[in-house]
Design a protein around this ligand. Structure first.
Ligand code: SF4
Length: 337
Protein backbone atom coordinates (compact mmCIF):
# COMPACT_ATOMS: atom_id res chain seq x y z
CA UNK A 1 0.00 0.00 0.00
CA UNK A 2 1.62 3.21 -1.07
CA UNK A 3 -0.82 5.47 0.72
CA UNK A 4 -1.18 7.61 -2.39
CA UNK A 5 -4.94 7.24 -2.55
CA UNK A 6 -5.64 6.65 1.14
CA UNK A 7 -7.15 10.03 1.86
CA UNK A 8 -8.53 11.07 -1.46
CA UNK A 9 -12.19 11.41 -2.16
CA UNK A 10 -13.16 9.29 -5.15
CA UNK A 11 -15.36 10.55 -8.00
CA UNK A 12 -18.44 9.19 -6.18
CA UNK A 13 -17.89 11.68 -3.37
CA UNK A 14 -16.49 9.58 -0.49
CA UNK A 15 -13.39 7.63 0.47
CA UNK A 16 -14.71 4.12 0.03
CA UNK A 17 -12.96 2.41 -2.84
CA UNK A 18 -16.07 1.58 -4.75
CA UNK A 19 -19.26 3.44 -5.54
CA UNK A 20 -21.23 1.90 -2.68
CA UNK A 21 -25.01 1.65 -2.50
CA UNK A 22 -25.60 2.81 1.12
CA UNK A 23 -23.55 5.95 0.44
CA UNK A 24 -25.52 6.59 -2.73
CA UNK A 25 -28.70 6.78 -0.67
CA UNK A 26 -27.04 8.84 2.04
CA UNK A 27 -25.98 11.26 -0.67
CA UNK A 28 -29.44 11.32 -2.17
CA UNK A 29 -31.54 11.47 0.99
CA UNK A 30 -29.05 12.56 3.66
CA UNK A 31 -29.91 9.51 5.79
CA UNK A 32 -29.88 5.73 5.94
CA UNK A 33 -32.55 4.08 3.81
CA UNK A 34 -33.60 0.44 4.16
CA UNK A 35 -35.25 -1.76 1.55
CA UNK A 36 -38.26 -3.84 2.56
CA UNK A 37 -38.79 -6.88 0.31
CA UNK A 38 -42.25 -7.82 -0.93
CA UNK A 39 -43.83 -10.80 -2.62
CA UNK A 40 -46.95 -9.32 -4.19
CA UNK A 41 -48.07 -12.58 -5.82
CA UNK A 42 -46.71 -12.01 -9.32
CA UNK A 43 -45.63 -14.85 -11.54
CA UNK A 44 -43.28 -14.84 -14.49
CA UNK A 45 -43.75 -15.32 -18.26
CA UNK A 46 -40.88 -17.79 -18.22
CA UNK A 47 -42.89 -19.99 -15.87
CA UNK A 48 -46.53 -19.56 -16.82
CA UNK A 49 -46.09 -20.69 -20.44
CA UNK A 50 -46.08 -17.26 -22.12
CA UNK A 51 -42.33 -17.49 -22.72
CA UNK A 52 -41.61 -20.87 -21.21
CA UNK A 53 -42.69 -23.22 -18.45
CA UNK A 54 -39.54 -24.35 -16.64
CA UNK A 55 -38.21 -20.92 -15.72
CA UNK A 56 -34.53 -20.01 -15.66
CA UNK A 57 -32.54 -23.11 -14.77
CA UNK A 58 -31.11 -21.62 -11.55
CA UNK A 59 -34.35 -20.04 -10.33
CA UNK A 60 -35.71 -20.56 -6.85
CA UNK A 61 -37.43 -17.47 -5.51
CA UNK A 62 -37.91 -19.13 -2.12
CA UNK A 63 -34.18 -19.15 -1.53
CA UNK A 64 -34.05 -15.35 -1.65
CA UNK A 65 -37.37 -14.33 -0.08
CA UNK A 66 -37.11 -13.07 3.50
CA UNK A 67 -39.39 -14.88 5.97
CA UNK A 68 -41.87 -12.00 6.26
CA UNK A 69 -42.62 -12.09 2.51
CA UNK A 70 -45.64 -14.13 1.51
CA UNK A 71 -48.11 -13.44 -1.29
CA UNK A 72 -51.09 -14.29 0.93
CA UNK A 73 -50.32 -11.22 3.06
CA UNK A 74 -51.25 -7.77 1.81
CA UNK A 75 -48.53 -5.36 0.70
CA UNK A 76 -49.30 -3.25 3.78
CA UNK A 77 -48.87 -6.18 6.15
CA UNK A 78 -45.62 -7.29 4.55
CA UNK A 79 -44.24 -3.75 4.86
CA UNK A 80 -45.34 -3.57 8.50
CA UNK A 81 -43.66 -6.91 9.32
CA UNK A 82 -40.63 -6.07 7.15
CA UNK A 83 -40.01 -2.78 8.96
CA UNK A 84 -40.30 -4.42 12.36
CA UNK A 85 -37.95 -7.24 11.21
CA UNK A 86 -35.34 -4.69 10.10
CA UNK A 87 -35.72 -2.66 13.29
CA UNK A 88 -34.82 -5.75 15.35
CA UNK A 89 -31.87 -6.81 13.21
CA UNK A 90 -30.28 -3.59 12.04
CA UNK A 91 -29.79 -0.01 13.01
CA UNK A 92 -32.99 1.91 12.59
CA UNK A 93 -33.41 3.53 9.20
CA UNK A 94 -35.30 6.77 8.86
CA UNK A 95 -36.90 5.87 5.54
CA UNK A 96 -37.77 2.75 3.60
CA UNK A 97 -38.08 1.65 0.00
CA UNK A 98 -40.65 -0.98 -0.97
CA UNK A 99 -38.77 -3.63 -2.93
CA UNK A 100 -41.08 -5.60 -5.20
CA UNK A 101 -38.71 -8.53 -5.39
CA UNK A 102 -40.26 -11.94 -6.06
CA UNK A 103 -40.77 -13.02 -9.67
CA UNK A 104 -41.57 -10.38 -12.36
CA UNK A 105 -43.07 -7.35 -10.68
CA UNK A 106 -44.34 -5.55 -13.78
CA UNK A 107 -46.07 -8.66 -15.12
CA UNK A 108 -49.73 -7.66 -14.67
CA UNK A 109 -52.25 -5.13 -15.90
CA UNK A 110 -51.40 -1.48 -15.38
CA UNK A 111 -54.46 -1.15 -13.08
CA UNK A 112 -53.21 -3.96 -10.82
CA UNK A 113 -49.68 -2.54 -10.78
CA UNK A 114 -51.03 0.87 -9.77
CA UNK A 115 -53.03 -0.67 -6.89
CA UNK A 116 -49.99 -2.54 -5.54
CA UNK A 117 -47.39 0.18 -5.97
CA UNK A 118 -49.66 2.88 -4.57
CA UNK A 119 -50.61 0.74 -1.57
CA UNK A 120 -46.89 0.54 -0.79
CA UNK A 121 -46.35 4.27 -1.26
CA UNK A 122 -49.20 5.10 1.14
CA UNK A 123 -47.40 3.35 4.01
CA UNK A 124 -45.76 5.89 6.37
CA UNK A 125 -42.00 6.04 5.89
CA UNK A 126 -42.01 4.46 2.41
CA UNK A 127 -40.30 6.97 0.16
CA UNK A 128 -40.09 4.97 -3.03
CA UNK A 129 -40.19 1.75 -5.00
CA UNK A 130 -37.66 -0.66 -6.34
CA UNK A 131 -39.22 -2.95 -8.90
CA UNK A 132 -37.46 -6.15 -9.98
CA UNK A 133 -38.51 -7.50 -13.35
CA UNK A 134 -37.52 -9.10 -16.65
CA UNK A 135 -36.43 -7.02 -19.65
CA UNK A 136 -39.39 -8.38 -21.66
CA UNK A 137 -42.00 -7.43 -19.03
CA UNK A 138 -42.03 -3.70 -19.53
CA UNK A 139 -43.82 -1.43 -21.98
CA UNK A 140 -44.26 2.28 -22.69
CA UNK A 141 -47.48 2.52 -20.68
CA UNK A 142 -45.86 1.14 -17.53
CA UNK A 143 -42.77 3.29 -18.03
CA UNK A 144 -44.90 6.43 -18.51
CA UNK A 145 -46.70 5.67 -15.25
CA UNK A 146 -43.40 5.03 -13.41
CA UNK A 147 -41.98 8.23 -14.82
CA UNK A 148 -44.96 10.09 -13.38
CA UNK A 149 -44.50 8.39 -9.98
CA UNK A 150 -40.83 9.30 -9.98
CA UNK A 151 -41.71 12.99 -9.91
CA UNK A 152 -42.58 12.60 -6.24
CA UNK A 153 -40.91 9.36 -5.18
CA UNK A 154 -37.70 7.46 -5.66
CA UNK A 155 -38.42 4.86 -8.37
CA UNK A 156 -36.01 2.27 -9.74
CA UNK A 157 -36.57 -0.62 -12.13
CA UNK A 158 -34.10 -3.49 -11.72
CA UNK A 159 -33.71 -5.91 -14.60
CA UNK A 160 -32.44 -9.47 -14.32
CA UNK A 161 -29.90 -9.62 -17.15
CA UNK A 162 -27.53 -12.23 -15.66
CA UNK A 163 -25.13 -12.50 -18.63
CA UNK A 164 -24.04 -10.45 -21.65
CA UNK A 165 -23.68 -13.60 -23.75
CA UNK A 166 -26.64 -14.96 -25.70
CA UNK A 167 -25.33 -18.51 -25.69
CA UNK A 168 -25.34 -18.41 -21.88
CA UNK A 169 -28.80 -16.84 -21.76
CA UNK A 170 -30.04 -19.65 -23.98
CA UNK A 171 -28.36 -22.29 -21.89
CA UNK A 172 -29.90 -21.04 -18.66
CA UNK A 173 -33.28 -20.68 -20.39
CA UNK A 174 -33.70 -16.95 -19.75
CA UNK A 175 -36.00 -16.53 -22.75
CA UNK A 176 -34.53 -13.18 -23.84
CA UNK A 177 -31.35 -11.97 -25.52
CA UNK A 178 -28.75 -9.53 -24.24
CA UNK A 179 -29.89 -6.98 -26.82
CA UNK A 180 -33.46 -7.08 -25.46
CA UNK A 181 -32.06 -6.48 -21.98
CA UNK A 182 -29.80 -3.62 -23.09
CA UNK A 183 -32.73 -2.02 -24.99
CA UNK A 184 -34.96 -2.20 -21.89
CA UNK A 185 -32.22 -0.56 -19.78
CA UNK A 186 -31.76 2.24 -22.33
CA UNK A 187 -35.49 2.92 -22.72
CA UNK A 188 -36.02 3.02 -18.94
CA UNK A 189 -33.06 5.29 -18.36
CA UNK A 190 -34.11 7.60 -21.21
CA UNK A 191 -37.45 8.03 -19.42
CA UNK A 192 -35.53 9.43 -16.45
CA UNK A 193 -36.18 6.38 -14.23
CA UNK A 194 -33.38 4.95 -12.10
CA UNK A 195 -32.32 1.70 -13.72
CA UNK A 196 -30.60 -1.30 -12.14
CA UNK A 197 -29.42 -4.69 -13.35
CA UNK A 198 -28.45 -8.06 -11.86
CA UNK A 199 -25.65 -10.27 -13.16
CA UNK A 200 -24.39 -13.72 -12.17
CA UNK A 201 -20.74 -14.75 -12.35
CA UNK A 202 -19.84 -18.40 -12.80
CA UNK A 203 -22.62 -19.48 -15.17
CA UNK A 204 -21.80 -22.70 -17.04
CA UNK A 205 -19.82 -22.36 -20.24
CA UNK A 206 -18.36 -18.92 -19.45
CA UNK A 207 -14.62 -18.51 -18.93
CA UNK A 208 -13.20 -16.12 -16.33
CA UNK A 209 -11.88 -13.92 -19.16
CA UNK A 210 -15.36 -13.72 -20.72
CA UNK A 211 -16.80 -12.71 -17.35
CA UNK A 212 -14.10 -10.09 -16.95
CA UNK A 213 -14.88 -8.74 -20.43
CA UNK A 214 -18.43 -8.08 -19.20
CA UNK A 215 -17.04 -5.19 -17.14
CA UNK A 216 -16.65 -3.15 -20.29
CA UNK A 217 -19.93 -4.29 -21.86
CA UNK A 218 -21.97 -3.48 -18.74
CA UNK A 219 -20.10 -0.19 -18.30
CA UNK A 220 -21.67 1.03 -21.55
CA UNK A 221 -25.21 0.63 -20.20
CA UNK A 222 -26.88 3.72 -18.70
CA UNK A 223 -27.31 2.03 -15.32
CA UNK A 224 -27.77 3.71 -11.96
CA UNK A 225 -27.07 0.57 -9.88
CA UNK A 226 -25.90 -2.98 -10.34
CA UNK A 227 -25.94 -6.20 -8.31
CA UNK A 228 -23.46 -9.01 -8.85
CA UNK A 229 -23.93 -12.55 -7.58
CA UNK A 230 -21.67 -15.58 -7.62
CA UNK A 231 -23.46 -18.63 -9.02
CA UNK A 232 -25.00 -20.70 -6.26
CA UNK A 233 -26.51 -24.08 -7.13
CA UNK A 234 -29.89 -24.18 -5.44
CA UNK A 235 -31.51 -27.48 -4.47
CA UNK A 236 -34.34 -28.69 -6.66
CA UNK A 237 -33.52 -26.48 -9.64
CA UNK A 238 -32.89 -27.66 -13.21
CA UNK A 239 -29.37 -26.33 -12.75
CA UNK A 240 -28.78 -28.73 -9.87
CA UNK A 241 -29.68 -31.65 -12.18
CA UNK A 242 -27.31 -30.31 -14.86
CA UNK A 243 -24.57 -29.82 -12.28
CA UNK A 244 -24.94 -33.35 -10.87
CA UNK A 245 -24.78 -34.77 -14.41
CA UNK A 246 -21.84 -32.72 -15.70
CA UNK A 247 -19.98 -31.03 -12.84
CA UNK A 248 -16.96 -30.48 -15.10
CA UNK A 249 -18.95 -27.95 -17.10
CA UNK A 250 -19.20 -25.72 -14.05
CA UNK A 251 -16.34 -23.73 -12.73
CA UNK A 252 -17.69 -22.51 -9.40
CA UNK A 253 -15.69 -19.80 -7.69
CA UNK A 254 -13.83 -20.41 -4.46
CA UNK A 255 -13.83 -17.39 -2.16
CA UNK A 256 -10.16 -16.61 -2.97
CA UNK A 257 -10.85 -16.85 -6.72
CA UNK A 258 -13.87 -14.65 -6.41
CA UNK A 259 -12.07 -11.99 -4.40
CA UNK A 260 -9.34 -11.85 -7.02
CA UNK A 261 -11.87 -11.80 -9.87
CA UNK A 262 -14.07 -9.09 -8.39
CA UNK A 263 -11.08 -6.79 -7.78
CA UNK A 264 -10.03 -7.14 -11.43
CA UNK A 265 -13.62 -6.62 -12.55
CA UNK A 266 -14.11 -3.51 -10.40
CA UNK A 267 -10.92 -1.91 -11.71
CA UNK A 268 -12.40 -2.12 -15.20
CA UNK A 269 -15.91 -1.08 -14.22
CA UNK A 270 -17.55 2.29 -14.87
CA UNK A 271 -17.05 4.36 -11.69
CA UNK A 272 -20.37 6.14 -12.17
CA UNK A 273 -22.43 2.96 -11.64
CA UNK A 274 -23.35 2.29 -8.01
CA UNK A 275 -22.55 -1.25 -6.84
CA UNK A 276 -25.21 -2.61 -4.52
CA UNK A 277 -23.74 -6.03 -3.82
CA UNK A 278 -21.01 -8.42 -4.88
CA UNK A 279 -22.51 -11.72 -3.75
CA UNK A 280 -25.80 -13.50 -3.24
CA UNK A 281 -26.55 -15.22 0.02
CA UNK A 282 -29.05 -18.08 -0.15
CA UNK A 283 -29.64 -19.79 3.21
CA UNK A 284 -27.40 -22.92 3.45
CA UNK A 285 -30.43 -25.25 3.59
CA UNK A 286 -31.25 -24.30 -0.02
CA UNK A 287 -27.75 -24.90 -1.36
CA UNK A 288 -26.85 -28.07 -3.25
CA UNK A 289 -23.16 -27.31 -2.68
CA UNK A 290 -21.52 -26.18 0.54
CA UNK A 291 -21.49 -22.39 0.74
CA UNK A 292 -18.04 -21.11 -0.25
CA UNK A 293 -18.08 -18.58 2.43
CA UNK A 294 -19.89 -18.32 5.72
CA UNK A 295 -19.33 -14.59 5.57
CA UNK A 296 -22.32 -12.28 5.43
CA UNK A 297 -22.83 -9.90 2.51
CA UNK A 298 -21.74 -6.83 4.51
CA UNK A 299 -18.58 -8.63 5.72
CA UNK A 300 -17.80 -9.51 2.12
CA UNK A 301 -18.02 -5.85 1.07
CA UNK A 302 -15.58 -5.04 3.89
CA UNK A 303 -13.14 -7.74 2.76
CA UNK A 304 -13.30 -6.55 -0.84
CA UNK A 305 -12.67 -3.02 0.29
CA UNK A 306 -9.73 -4.13 2.43
CA UNK A 307 -8.22 -5.95 -0.57
CA UNK A 308 -8.73 -2.87 -2.77
CA UNK A 309 -6.86 -0.85 -0.20
CA UNK A 310 -4.01 -3.39 0.10
CA UNK A 311 -3.60 -3.25 -3.67
CA UNK A 312 -4.06 0.52 -3.71
CA UNK A 313 -6.72 0.21 -6.35
CA UNK A 314 -10.40 1.18 -6.77
CA UNK A 315 -13.48 0.93 -8.98
CA UNK A 316 -12.71 2.27 -12.43
CA UNK A 317 -8.94 2.56 -12.01
CA UNK A 318 -8.52 0.88 -15.39
CA UNK A 319 -11.72 2.21 -16.90
CA UNK A 320 -10.75 4.45 -19.77
CA UNK A 321 -14.00 5.27 -21.47
CA UNK A 322 -15.54 8.72 -21.08
CA UNK A 323 -18.07 8.74 -18.26
CA UNK A 324 -21.41 10.31 -19.05
CA UNK A 325 -23.74 9.12 -16.31
CA UNK A 326 -27.46 9.73 -16.28
CA UNK A 327 -28.49 11.96 -13.38
CA UNK A 328 -29.99 10.71 -10.16
CA UNK A 329 -33.74 10.95 -10.22
CA UNK A 330 -35.90 11.52 -7.21
CA UNK A 331 -38.95 13.70 -7.04
CA UNK A 332 -37.55 16.51 -9.12
CA UNK A 333 -34.21 16.47 -7.27
CA UNK A 334 -31.28 15.43 -9.33
CA UNK A 335 -27.56 15.28 -9.05
CA UNK A 336 -24.70 13.63 -10.81
CA UNK A 337 -23.38 10.34 -9.58
S1 SF4 B 1 -37.28 -14.56 -14.86
FE1 SF4 B 1 -36.88 -14.52 -12.67
S2 SF4 B 1 -38.71 -15.39 -11.71
FE2 SF4 B 1 -38.77 -15.91 -13.89
S3 SF4 B 1 -37.89 -17.96 -13.99
FE3 SF4 B 1 -36.24 -16.48 -14.38
S4 SF4 B 1 -35.29 -16.05 -12.39
FE4 SF4 B 1 -37.25 -17.08 -12.03
Amino acid sequence: MTGQTKNIEFPWGHRRRFNAYPDYFRRLFGARVQKVSLDAGFTCPNRDGTKGTGGCTYCSNNAFNPSYCAPDKSVTRQIEEGISFHKKRYREASSYLAYFQAYSNTYSSLERLKELYEEALRYPGIIGLIIGTRPDCIDDQILEYLKELSLNHYVAVEYGIESCYDRTLERINRGHTYKEAADAVRTTSEMGINTGAHFIFGLPGESREEMLAEAEIISHLPLTTVKFHQLQIIRGTAMETEYRKSPAEFSLFTWDDYLDFIIRFLERFNPSIVVERFTGEAPPRYLAERPWSKKRTDQISGLIEKRLEELNTYQGKLYHLPVAPPSLCFGGRSGSR
